[in-house]
Write a new protein. Structure first.
Length: 386
């Protein structure tokens, strides 16, 4: 049974000119054809605007915006975290995010959630799952991570995540905002530990993401052969050159510091989080646009789950790529669909014949007003209306 979806304007995920007044024909899980809207025929669905489903390359499914993440997690059992992840996977999909990369979950619950989604037992996006983050003892994320303290231990930690079902790996190259005592500007896992983890993951065909805010840690991860730098806020010119030489992606998670700083009045966040977020935000506003303009590949990812940064609000990250980085709405959509999909590596997120039918029906033209992504009317994942 084919489904016809009429689009006033269709953005296919690339930077090609949008198509106007077309019918997208979906057969099974894939797009069979995109053709001029048929005269007289009545489509099964119609929308002012059709785009690919969004791809969020940086999420944490066991958290949903609690103001004090460390305390919230300390008060939560493994079972509660798993139930939370199941609930948030469904909310993510309903908000129009059809693919995510989970870059860190305790007990590797993200791998189990992914498998339950793929088996059709629960609702959620297509997923990659990193399992536990690999951090140094006492380093950023230790309360959900696997502590690693030598290159050989790094290899073993990668193997443990794979055993638990991980299909990508996350390493912690610098301090971070949400861990007390972890200084974002300081390098954490060493170059040798990063090289060992990345080599081990790559030998088995897994890509590696590095949490890296400080300058030296960003460069360590890039030199060690990382696939993507998460945050990257204190990058410098040498780091920009390394990004381009190595072909690594930058996932700037603009929402993370922005959401923390937008909620200071509530007074519910620890002071160390607020202080560090201010420093990181200044660096982000100075550096990320420069990297984009220099030609670093930017993939959309929001760090959903961090304070006030909700899984169902990924549209906000797309808006921030437009307003803070100077991307056009279509370029921001491209970063949050096709480019992020390249990095995640599950499907191409391009609306064309033969491609997966993951798409969004929107009430107005997202190329004119990117906020249209907040008002998704229908979500299709693998040809099925969610
Ligand atoms: Zn994160």
């Amino acid at each position: 049974m084919a489904i016809a979806i009429r689009a006033g304007v269709l953005y296919d995920g690339t930077l090609d000119a949008p198509k106007r007044n077309v019918d997208v024909i979906v057969e099974g899980e894939r797009i069979a054809a995109i053709r001029a809207a048929a005269d007289g025929g009545s489509p099964d669905y119609a929308a002012a605007c059709v785009t690919p489903g969004l791809v969020n390359a940086h999420v944490h499914l066991e958290m949903n915006g609690e103001p004090d993440v460390a305390v919230a997690l300390a008060m939560t059992t493994q079972n509660q975290r798993l139930l939370r992840a199941v609930e948030l996977a469904a909310k993510t999909l309903r908000a129009g995010v059809t693919t995510v990369r989970s870059v860190g979950a305790s007990y590797a619950i993200d791998a189990d959630v992914r498998d339950a989604i793929d088996a059709g037992r629960i609702h959620g996006p297509r997923m990659r799952a990193a399992g536990a983050v690999l951090c140094m003892t006492g380093g950023h994320g230790w309360f959900i991570g696997r502590s690693v303290d030598s290159p050989w231990d790094a290899r073993k930690a990668v193997r443990e995540q794979m055993k638990a079902g991980a299909d990508c790996i996350k390493v912690i190259a610098t301090g971070g905002v949400l861990t007390k005592g972890a200084v974002p500007g300081n390098a954490q896992l060493t170059l040798e530990e990063l090289e060992a983890a990345i080599d081990e993951a790559h030998r088995h065909g897994l890509r590696v993401a590095a949490h890296a805010i400080g300058t030296q840690g960003i460069k360590n991860a890039l030199r060690a052969g990382i696939d993507s730098i998460e945050h990257g806020h204190m990058l410098d010119d040498e780091a920009i050159a390394l990004f381009k030489e190595k072909g690594a992606y930058l996932v700037p998670t603009l929402s993370a510091p922005t959401c923390i700083l937008a909620h200071l009045e509530e007074g519910a966040q620890p002071q160390y989080v607020v202080d560090k977020a201010k420093t990181v935000n200044e660096a982000m506003l100075r550096n990320i646009k420069r990297a984009y303009e220099a030609g670093v590949r930017i993939a959309g990812g929001s760090d959903a789950g961090t304070p006030y940064n909700y899984h169902a609000n990924y549209a906000y990250e797309v808006e921030l790529m437009h307003t803070l980085l100077g991307m056009s709405p279509q370029q921001a959509l491209h970063a949050a669909t096709t480019v992020a999909a390249e990095l995640v590596g599950l499907q191409r997120s391009v609306l064309a014949p033969g491609e997966a039918a993951d798409l969004l029906l929107l009430p107005r033209d997202a190329g004119e007003d990117v906020r249209a992504l907040r008002d998704v009317e229908h979500v299709f994942k693998a040809g099925a209306c969610v």
